[in-house]
Design a protein around this ligand. Structure first.
Ligand code: F6P
Length: 513
């Protein structure tokens, strides 16, 4: 007998696929498939329009996915997420990034607020000169301890930059040397960001940063270090003074940690109020996600489309294009969020999953990407669902023509992917033919400010969680990164023997063998 989940999938597979043109015969479609999430702003309100009308989700498919959500107990799992139950079953942990935004169970919310208050005090003390003149921050971390800070600092520091932040993640010394070249050691602080405070890249880079400070005349280099970590005892062992350790809870996952003290460089660069605004934007999405049911829940609806393309249409990738230079790192951020969370092959119960899991997330910025990869999107043999992100308010102060051209290009790409056509005068040349019926979704922000960035990130966190629930996956562990790490350690320790190819490569590079 098939399980309710299996029946829901069987039902979904049996539903007809309608073309986008057919779907738009419903005159109400734009309204039905669009929705806004809003929050209070200084002047009135700000928000994001989520337009999923150019995807193939039909009323029947939405109904089928709602049945799948019920069969997978989406409502129960969402409640478990938001009330701090141990839903990261493989690691026996709660998952409490929303507590950082004030949504969750006590005492986690209260603890998060207390840690924020401590971070705020340090940020404001630095701004007021408590650690002498501070012009630069070298933020050292990797993965979730770097991608969020890099994204946010890049996106938000165009108008205001209280401290110049350089995020360094790679163990390749070139990355750190580039940061050194841009900073004056006498006015530089170093943030060491690591949930575990053991990651080899971060600890090696941190050691080299201390050496750089001392080689360049800083008498107390460790006095210039701030630790951002869920393992404060390890930071103390490493030599960081307790007053400069900003802890966060173990229940905050690395790729969900921008809201915790891992966000310190953001607050230092743009000020505490902006960091708070980022949290408030995320909170507005949390409230929507926790209170809205079925197809009207926008992150869940996005996950319905993700599942439709991955599992019912065989799409192996999904692309994200930000028509906003400030969001250049957003696709990189999403890659970790989505692929590290849902790139799994077994369910939470350890059973093989019953279909493909996370698609490969990729993308770039518009309009650059139009002149590089859009050829494949329009005429290639792969079907790639595309997300567009744009802001109505411009980020620049140049001639408004810049922003108008940017936005019209963004909208034109979505329209062209859907409509297709033939560019030949007689409409007959196959090389000039566009099949059309290619899906896209658009996230149109009123303005790309700190709150909007917070909302965009939180939307994708919840979308990722919803995808995990629909597939029966635990999105909150990441054992897949461990094997390669172990092998690198074995090589370093001279302990392992490898396959002939790896042995030759090691020999050729003068390592081991
Ligand atoms: O290697 C993967 C990973 O564990 C990520 O999930 C994490 O964000 C990153 O490494 C860094 O870990 P840490 O913050 O403990 O240094």
């Amino acid at each position: 007998m098939s399980s309710p989940v299996q029946s829901a999938w069987d039902n979904l597979r049996a539903l007809p696929n309608r073309t986008l043109v057919e779907l738009f015969e419903d005159g109400e479609r734009v309204g039905k498939m669009g929705g806004r999430i809003e929050w209070d702003a200084e002047e009135g309100s700000n928000g994001i329009l989520f337009d999923w009308s150019k995807t193939h989700l039909s009323d029947e498919l939405l109904g089928g996915f709602e049945a799948l959500a019920a069969a997978t107990d989406f409502g129960g799992k969402r409640a478990a997420l938001l009330t701090g139950e141990k839903i990261n079953v493989t690691e026996g942990r709660a998952v409490e990034h929303t507590a950082q935004r004030g949504i969750g169970a006590e005492p986690s919310v209260e603890e998060a607020m207390a840690l924020h208050a401590r971070m705020r005090m340090l940020v404001e003390a630095i701004h007021q000169g408590a650690l002498g003149e501070v012009k630069h921050l070298i933020h050292i971390g990797i993965g979730g301890s770097a991608l969020g800070p890099a994204l946010a600092v890049n996106a938000l520091t165009r108008d205001l930059e209280l401290v110049d932040v350089h995020v360094v993640s790679n163990i390749d010394g070139v990355a750190l040397e580039e940061a050194f070249a841009a900073c004056d050691p006498a006015t530089t602080l170093v943030a060491v960001a690591s949930k575990t405070f053991t990651t080899i890249e971060t600890m090696t880079n941190a050691q080299s940063a201390l050496k750089w400070l001392s080689d360049n005349g800083v008498t107390d280099p460790s006095g210039r270090v701030i630790a951002l970590t869920a393992s404060p005892e390890k930071a103390v062992e490493w030599g960081v003074d307790e007053t400069r350790i900003l802890p966060f809870a173990e229940s905050v996952g690395g790729r969900y940690s921008i809201w915790s003290s891992i966000g310190f460089p953001v607050a230092l660069a743009v000020g505490w109020d902006e960091f708070e605004a980022m949290l408030a934007g995320a909170r507005a999405v949390d409230v929507h996600f926790s209170e809205t049911e079925g197809r009207h829940n926008l992150p869940l609806r996005a996950a319905f489309a993700d599942q439709y393309y991955a599992r019912l249409r065989g799409c192996e990738t999904r692309a994200v294009f930000a028509y906003d230079e400030r969001l250049g790192l957003f696709p990189d951020y999403l890659q970790q969020l989505e692929m590290e969370s849902n790139g799994k092959r077994v369910t939470s119960e350890g059973e093989p999953v019953n279909g493909p899991t996370a698609p490969i997330t990729w993308g770039g910025v518009g309009t650059d990407a139009q002149h590089a990869v859009f050829q494949l999107l329009h005429q290639g043999t792969h079907l790639v669902p595309v997300d567009f992100i744009a802001s109505i308010a411009p980020g620049d102060a140049l001639d408004p023509a810049h922003h108008q051209i940017l936005l019209t290009n963004c909208f034109a790409q979505g329209a062209a992917l859907m409509a297709g056509g033939n560019m030949a005068a007689d409409g007959k040349d196959p090389a000039r033919a566009f099949p059309g019926d290619r899906p896209s979704a658009t996230m149109l922000c009123d303005d790309l400010d700190a709150a909007t960035l917070g909302a965009l990130i939180a939307f994708h966190e919840h979308r990722t969680f919803a995808n995990g629930v629909l597939m029966g996956i635990n999105p909150f562990d990441q054992f897949g990164v461990e094997l390669g790490k172990k092998m690198a350690k074995d090589i370093e320790g001279g302990e392992a023997s490898f396959d002939p190819s790896t042995t030759e490569l090691l020999k050729a590079a003068g390592l081991g063998g």
